[in-house]
Design a protein around this ligand. Structure first.
Ligand SMILES: *Cc1c(COP(=O)(O)O)cnc(C)c1O
Length: 427
């Protein structure tokens, strides 16, 4: 499939039925799988044979959908998780443990920030946050001898900063650690971070990939290119024998292409069990089939809405990297030349109060915690997703108290704009 274009992979990658088999990826709604002998099952447990035995670790429906996403990103292996949060957690925890350190962009999703700064800190993993536009010196200074990875978002939710992926990848590689990129907002339709040097990609499939607000989910994709074996002291979990699997060494047995995802599956999924349900994996797949078509429309609508609000006298400011003059315009042109995403942010004149009036008078766009969906929706992060942050932390994450995150759906752009126009009149 790898020679086909992205839009073709959306529809066909990851699953090719044989003679007489179902055309659509079947839902394997089964917790367990049957074997003729205990010996055969034993081989699965020893990782000597591949196959399914229990859906807490792996399920065939999930694996087809993960393989499709791996092809879309140009990766070597992938796994689905029950949520984007689980994907972010596993992506880091697979290579870092108590006493380790991670460098992260400060412009990341509020849930990820809390996971890193509070919950993972309690597990003994320290994070240093750097602004995505920090100087090279600041970025360099953030690294420590025990740093195990660098983390960032292609397009930050909700700050909409575009990450200079190449610059962060170079800094990570100079220190012998991988760059993990949350590519949720761009999707592999608009940016494939591996092409810019990233090593691992995560997704909240809840957003554009599912696209229809029907299932929470996540995905981790490995590029298969990071050479863990060059740094065996940094990554003992991948480069030295795992006693819980009779001494298997993941990099030796599964190669660079398979080591990271295999370890995440057989250790983290086994022990923590945040697996996607096959039903939801099926829904993600339906979303993937139309992902390229939808992303085009999301971007077209967002560009039109951004231009409309930018010219409106009741709007204080607008952020969208597709707008000339936006502080991320140049990065957007480099990393997202065909469009970024359907999400824009803006502030209305009159601050928080005016924002509330505007939002409650929208008729087509609804107020939701959700984002990146086929139905237009909006949110005031400072009073919702980011309410655990103080003003300094909000500013660090690029979220001003008056910021409205406006997620353009795939409706007709004239209707979205007319809705905004009538709601702005009520301020
Ligand atoms: C929503 C989101 C997440 C978390 O994903 P869930 O599926 O809600 O757990 C992570 N990263 C980004 C960029 C998101 O938008």
């Amino acid at each position: 499939m790898s020679n086909y274009k992205t839009g073709t992979k959306c529809v066909q990658a990851g699953y090719s039925p044989k003679n007489g088999e179902p055309r659509q990826i079947p839902i394997y709604q089964s917790t367990t799988f049957k074997y003729d002998t205990s010996e055969e099952m034993g081989k699965l447990f020893d990782l000597e044979a591949s196959g399914y035995f229990y859906s807490r670790l792996q399920n065939p429906t999930n694996d087809c959908v993960a393989a499709r996403i791996a092809e879309l990103e140009g990766g070597s292996a992938a796994m689905l998780t029950s949520s984007g949060q689980a994907a972010s957690f596993y992506s880091v925890f697979n290579i870092a443990s108590c006493g380790d350190h991670i460098v992260s962009s400060s412009a990341i999703y509020g849930g990820t920030y809390n996971l890193f700064a509070v919950t993972m800190k309690r597990m003994g993993i320290e994070f240093t946050f750097v602004a995505p536009d920090c100087s090279d010196e600041e970025l360099e200074k953030a690294f420590r001898p025990n740093t195990k990875a660098v983390f960032g978002e292609t397009i930050a939710n909700p700050a909409l900063d575009v990450l200079d992926i190449e610059r962060f990848a170079n800094a990570a590689h100079k220190h012998g650690v991988p760059l993990i990129i949350d590519n949720t907002f761009a999707t592999p339709i608009n940016c494939r971070p591996f092409e810019w040097g990233a090593d691992i990609v995560t997704h909240s499939t809840t957003k554009y990939m599912d696209g229809h607000a029907s299932g929470v989910g996540g995905c981790i994709v490995d590029s298969g290119k990071f050479d863990w074996t060059k740094y065996p002291d940094k990554f003992p979990g991948l480069c030295t024998p795992d006693n819980s699997y009779h001494g298997v060494t993941y990099t030796e047995r599964f190669g660079l292409e398979g080591a990271y995802i295999t370890k995440a599956t057989v250790q983290l999924m086994r022990d923590l069990g945040s697996i996607q349900s096959p039903q939801n994996a099926y829904l993600i797949n339906l979303g993937l089939e139309s992902l390229q078509l939808r992303m085009k429309r999301h971007c077209e609508n967002a560009q039109a809405v951004a231009e409309y609000v930018k010219a409106h006298d009741k709007i204080e400011w607008v952020r969208y990297c597709g707008l000339e003059g936006d502080k991320n315009y140049a990065l957007g042109q480099k990393y997202l030349p065909n469009g970024s995403c359907g999400v824009i942010s803006f502030g209305v004149k009159g601050g928080r109060k005016a924002a509330e009036t505007f939002m409650k008078n929208l008729k087509l766009a609804s107020i939701e915690t959700h984002v990146a969906d086929s139905k237009t929706c909006c949110l005031h992060p400072a009073s919702a997703t980011h309410r655990q942050m103080n003003d300094d932390e909000l500013r660090g994450a690029g979220v001003s108290p008056d910021l409205i995150r406006f997620s353009c759906g795939i409706e007709e752009k004239e209707d979205i704009i007319a809705d905004i126009a009538q709601a702005l009149q009520t301020i």
